[in-house]
Design a protein. Structure first.
Length: 405
């Protein structure tokens, strides 16, 4: 198949959820399909990142973002009904680029990654091209949960407006032949909104070669939290853990240490550093960081989707303690392998129990690892999606040509 992928940013390096998801999609689909990517570019680093995709034979087209025009978009927010996230990616040149590429190439699929690119659906020139939207998460659901924790009155006003606009904007899914989301919770939420679209589950997976079980003796009392730190739910989670949960852990295990691993730690996170809280930032070898930790944590209080920080740790056989909201997007088969706790006291107790019970790591988690790898193998998941898309492409072409008779 010939596939054009429209994305708001280059999916490299694949260090966070949405970039990792798209990178895996491109990497696997490019083996049997002709892939072209069109994306926005902000600075010289993006050109460097693009070279990594070029090495895989991926054709890339760029549309440069103007800083001045981006600032104007913030002014337009007050005179528009569109979400700011969508306005920030509204670009005439991008629309022209997509229109040109779809006229010059007989694409079977145009794959729009993340809801901010959905606005360009009308730029597709071919009537028989399959239009696919990968929402990944239901953004209005995320904002609904997020608003429960916003205290600043001005921020609350802004995010209430943004949530209402996003909720209305999500109806754009009706313009697509297929709309993907990564969890059944997001799928059911969008279906309850009565949006006329073909919603399909496309779960996040793991690289079975990188995240396969390997026993390594962990450092005693070592706790790990991973995530892209500029992402607010991660910042909130780690600060909440340090302030509310970690003191209860230290009371019983004074030697416990928390390692915060993730790109671009923000100032409020850096300020939490201490003898027992180590800010590692970005690391090349995330696998080892997991393996030398006794416990992986996901004290997420709001968000959507299925966090990679959970499935990666489980695949490696690392016990994970998480809030019920963090695991809400997983099916029951996966949830039963996670230590779920919501109150600070319960969360701390689950961590201490893992510290005190080595059998959890050596016996129970080894079995968990093999089951998770079988259930969430990225290769299998994306291959199944590829077969599904090929079927949809053939159906749409057949329907189109029949209509022309």
């Amino acid at each position: 198949m010939k596939i054009l992928i429209v994305t708001p940013s280059i999916p490299y390096p694949p260090y966070r959820g949405d970039k990792l998801r798209l990178y895996n999609i491109i990497n696997i689909l490019s083996r049997n399909n002709d892939i072209t990517v069109v994306t926005f570019i902000k600075d010289k680093n993006d050109y460097t990142f693009a070279e990594e995709l070029d090495k895989k034979g991926i054709k890339i087209h760029f549309v440069k973002i103007s800083i001045i025009k981006s600032l104007i978009k913030y002014v337009k927010f007050f005179f528009s009904n569109l979400p700011l996230q969508v306005l920030s990616r509204q670009n005439k040149k991008m629309k022209e680029k997509i229109n040109f590429l779809t006229k010059e190439n007989n694409y079977d699929i145009v794959y729009f990654h993340i809801f901010t690119t959905a606005q360009y659906y009308s730029a597709i020139s071919s009537p028989h091209t399959l239009k696919v939207l990968d929402l990944t998460d239901a953004v209005s659901l995320y904002l609904t949960r997020f608003l429960e924790f916003v205290e600043n009155p001005l921020k609350k006003i802004y995010f209430n407006i943004e949530k209402k606009r996003v909720s209305k904007y999500e109806n754009i899914a009706s313009k697509f032949d297929v709309t993907f989301v990564c969890s059944h919770v997001d799928k059911e939420y969008l279906e309850r909104k009565k949006i006329d679209s073909n919603f399909k589950l496309f779960v996040n997976g793991i690289d079975k070669d990188e995240f396969n079980y390997s026993y390594a003796k962990p450092e005693k009392y070592r706790i790990i939290f991973t995530g892209n730190m500029p992402y607010f739910p991660n910042r909130d989670a780690v600060i909440f853990f340090i302030n509310e949960i970690f003191p209860k852990v230290l009371k019983k295990c004074p030697e416990a240490k928390l390692y915060i691993v993730g790109k671009d730690p923000t100032e409020d996170v850096k300020k939490m550093a201490s003898e027992n809280v180590i800010i590692k930032g970005f690391v090349e070898d995330l696998r080892t960081e997991y393996l030398i930790s006794e416990v992986n944590i996901a004290p997420i209080r709001f968000g959507a989707g299925t966090p990679n920080k959970i499935i990666e740790a489980l695949a490696l056989g690392v016990p994970t303690v998480a809030t019920s909201l963090a695991v809400k997007g997983f099916n029951e088969e996966i949830k039963k392998y996670i230590f779920i706790a919501d109150s600070p006291a319960e969360f701390a107790d689950k961590i201490i129990n893992i510290f005190n019970n080595t059998n959890i790591r050596t016996t129970y988690m080894r079995d968990v690892s093999s089951r998770i790898v079988d259930a969430l193998n990225t290769e299998t998941i994306i291959s199944d999606i590829e077969a599904y898309l090929l079927e949809k492409v053939n159906m749409k072409r057949e329907q189109y040509f029949k209509s022309q008779l």
